[in-house]
Every structure is written in C-alpha cells, then in structure tokens.
Ligand binder design. Structure first.
Ligand SMILES: [Ca+2]
Ligand SMILES: [Ca+2]
Length: 217
C-alpha cells in the first residue's frame, strides 16, 4: 500500500517536472490553465488508487479471516469425528452391546484355535458378566466358544480374565450342565438350540464357531 502510494507520488512529481522543463515566460491563458489544472488531476486519481488499494486490502483481510474460521471449524470437526468414531463405534463386522464389541466367527475351530484368533484381533474369547450379555449373544450362533474353562481344576470354571464364572448365579446353564461328559469337557460354549439353551461344557478339541469380545475406549 505504502509503496504504491509512493510511486504514485513520484509519477506526479515527474509529470510536474516535465511541465517545468518547458519554461514559458508568458504562457497563454488556456495553456496556463491546463498546466495549472494538470497537477490537480493526479492527486484525485491517486486518492482513487489509494481507496481501491485500501478496499482490496480490506477485502483480503476479511477473506483471510473467513478462511481462518472455516479452516479451524473444519479441523475441529474432523478431530471430533475421529475421536468419536474411535471411542463409540465397533470395528466393521462387530456387534456392540454397551461398551463391548463382539465378533462372531463364521468358521469353526477348537477352543484354543478360537482363542488365538481373538487375540490376533486384539480381543479375547468373550467373558460373560451378566444375563443381559448372555441373552444378547445367544442369538448369533447355535453353538459358539466362550472364554471359560475348568482345565486348571475340574469343576472350577474361570473366565479368561481370571474371574470365576457365574459367581452370582445369574447366568443360565443349559439343562444338566456342566456334566463333564464323554470322558471330560473342560471348555465352555454357549448354546442356542431347541431344548438346549445356555452355557455348556464341551470337549476342547471340538470345532464350533466362537465369539470374541473387546472393550471400547
Ligand atoms: Ca470339565
Ligand atoms: Ca457338557
């Protein structure tokens, strides 16, 4: 802005100088009037230039402010979105109940192979803490491994997180289970079959589907 103003000034000075290079002792009245009027014109156009520059500068300032606001809003919006998806949503293909995500396999594996698959998914075989959670999971497969075993001590069922199974007696065992049938059943699965609904103990090397669980957040 200042530079433009300065150069405009020197243009004026140059113009005036040119007139001064042609000395006329007795200028004709018309020419003298023109010569006298000439220097007055540039300041007017100069002030117009100045106004235009100021206006342009003002518009640029406003534009930049608007862009800054838009950028900031856009950034904060995308940040919030990123955080919210990470905290609230389960991975694609997983089911959600409360703050847990569940993966129900379509393949069939033994209990150990199933658990390995869950660990690879940054999860573990499901730990069922409530009857609500059990009922939610019962609909997804006729039989699926869950994260309980009594391998360490026969009849003493513990979850993969080390807590005892059904310590408050609210979970549902299938009729007559656990029965440690067929020479030993030390791994737990969840059944949803006709006349056979609930937790069951099963041969660990049997191949059934499985349910992984991971906590959100
Ligand atoms: Ca057993
Ligand atoms: Ca059984």
């Amino acid at each position: 802005m200042a530079v433009f103003f300065h150069s405009a000034q020197s243009d004026v000075a140059y113009e005036v100088g040119e007139y001064q290079q042609f000395p006329r002792p007795e200028p004709e009245p018309v020419a003298a009037a023109a010569a006298a009027a000439a220097p007055k014109r540039p300041p007017r156009s100069n002030s117009r230039h100045l106004l235009a520059v100021l206006l342009s500068f003002g518009i640029l300032c406003v534009l930049q402010a608007v862009l800054n606001i838009l950028l900031r809003v856009g950034l904060s919006g995308s940040t919030e979105k990123g955080v919210s998806t990470e905290e609230e949503a389960c991975p694609q293909g997983w089911r959600q109940l409360g703050s847990s995500c569940y993966y129900v396999s379509s393949q069939r594996r033994n209990w150990d192979g199933s658990r390995q698959d869950c660990l690879r998914r940054d999860a573990d075989l499901v730990v069922i803490n409530s009857r609500q959670e059990q009922d939610f999971l019962a609909g997804f497969a006729m039989a699926a491994w869950v994260g309980m075993t009594d391998r360490q001590e026969e009849g003493s069922w513990i979850w993969v997180d080390g807590t005892p199974v059904d310590k408050d007696g609210r979970l549902l065992w299938a009729p007559g289970q656990p029965d440690d049938a067929y020479g030993g059943e030390d791994c737990g699965d969840l059944r949803a079959m006709e006349m056979f609904v609930g937790l069951n103990d099963f041969n660990c090397s049997a191949r059934v589907r499985w349910i992984c669980e991971k906590l959100l957040g």
